[in-house]
Structure formats: structure tokens, C-alpha cells
Design a protein. Structure first.
Length: 209
């Protein structure tokens, strides 16, 4: 009689199993390793990373360093296209030895109307370079400058393919707001702070606990 009472009912068992599966599916945020004490983050990109339109201390990497409490190396090169970034990245990663790379690249390709398929493949190669070095990656979508000012869909597709934490519309929202821009294509100090805060929030949410 006691054994019968303790035996789980099949219906209850399957209800519990379905609940656990649902919870697992809901936690779909891509994960990265928690930033270790003394870790280095590499901010890699072009003028958006360099901080054009604001002082060095107001660039997003400088602000992010204060928010995360770890070193954030600013490796932004103004005017750089993704093909040049693809060639530059391996040497920078080898030199810096980062735990995490924040990749914000491609904007100059759009301004110069370069082939978007090649931009995508250059970004893919950069992600692969980081993965081969055991480095986590956070990707941010860069908007194409035009009527809608939205990132090409390949950013989101790359993030999904490689299971990367992805910052999708933040740069677009900043560059749509004149009060957050220093010129048509660069944030000002307030805009860069908003970008840094969004990245910090994304990184903290993605860290494996």
C-alpha cells in the first residue's frame, strides 16, 4: 500500500518533464565564461570602437572598463574595413590574450558600398579566429546608413550560428537620436555610455553562473 502511494503517477511525471524542458528552452541566452579577476576584454572594431566624436575617456571601451571592473583594451581603427580587420585581428588577439572579444565591425564596408556577402564572411573569419584561440565573443549589429538604419540580417544569423551574445538594435537606436550623436555616423559621449551600459548588461546576463 505504501509503495503504491509513493509511486509517481505517470501523468505527474510527464507534467514535470514538460516543465523542465520548457524551463531549459526559455534559458536560450548564449553563455560565456564569467570574467575572471584580472581578465582582459578586447574591444575590436573601427571608429565606433575607437570613440570618434568623444574623448578617449568617453569611448565605449573606457566606460565599459569601469562598468565591468576589468581591463578593456581599445583596438578600434578609424576607417578600417572588415577585410583589413580580418587581417589585423589574429595579431591583436595573440598580443592581448583576451578572455572576451567584443566585435563591432562592418560600418565602413556599408559606407563604401562593399559586397555585403564578403563583409559577412570577414566577420565569420574573425569569429573563427577568436574561437580557435578559446576566446569568447560578443557581437554587435552595425546599422546600414539609409532610410531604416538597421543592421543587415547576417549579424543576427552569425550570432545564432555561433551561439554568441548579440547586441542587435542598440547602435541603431543611438544613431537615430540626434541628441546621442556627434555627427551622422558617430555617437557622442552620452551615446557611447549608452552603448557601454547595454554591452555590460548583455555580458552579465550571458555569463555562466
Amino acid at each position: 500500500m505504501l509503495a503504491t502511494m509513493l509511486k509517481p503517477h505517470p501523468k505527474n511525471f510527464f507534467t514535470l518533464l514538460a516543465t523542465l524542458l520548457l524551463l531549459a528552452c526559455c534559458d536560450s541566452t548564449p553563455k560565456i565564461r564569467p570574467l575572471a579577476p584580472g581578465a582582459t576584454v578586447l574591444a575590436f572594431g573601427d571608429s565606433l570602437t575607437h570613440g570618434n566624436g568623444a574623448s578617449e575617456s568617453q569611448s565605449y571601451p573606457a566606460v565599459l572598463e569601469g562598468l565591468l571592473g576589468v581591463e578593456v583594451v581599445n583596438a578600434g581603427v578609424p576607417g578600417e574595413v572588415s577585410a583589413a580587420g580580418r587581417k589585423r585581428l589574429p595579431g591583436v588577439v595573440e598580443q592581448v590574450q583576451p578572455q572576451l572579444v567584443i566585435l563591432i565591425h562592418g560600418g565602413n564596408d556599408f559606407l563604401r558600398r562593399l559586397d555585403s556577402n564578403q563583409t559577412r564572411e570577414n566577420l565569420r573569419a574573425m569569429i573563427e579566429t577568436c574561437r580557435q584561440q578559446g576566446t569568447d565573443v560578443v557581437l554587435a549589429g552595425v546599422p546600414q546608413f539609409g532610410l531604416f538604419l538597421t543592421p543587415p540580417t547576417f549579424y543576427a544569423k552569425l550570432a545564432e550560428e555561433y551561439r554568441l551574445p548579440y547586441l542587435d538594435d542598440t547602435l541603431s537606436d543611438i544613431l537615430k537620436d540626434n541628441s546621442l550623436k556627434s555627427d551622422p555616423i558617430h555617437p557622442n559621449a552620452v551615446g557611447y555610455r549608452q552603448l557601454a551600459e547595454a554591452l555590460a548588461e548583455l555580458i552579465r546576463a550571458a555569463e555562466r553562473r
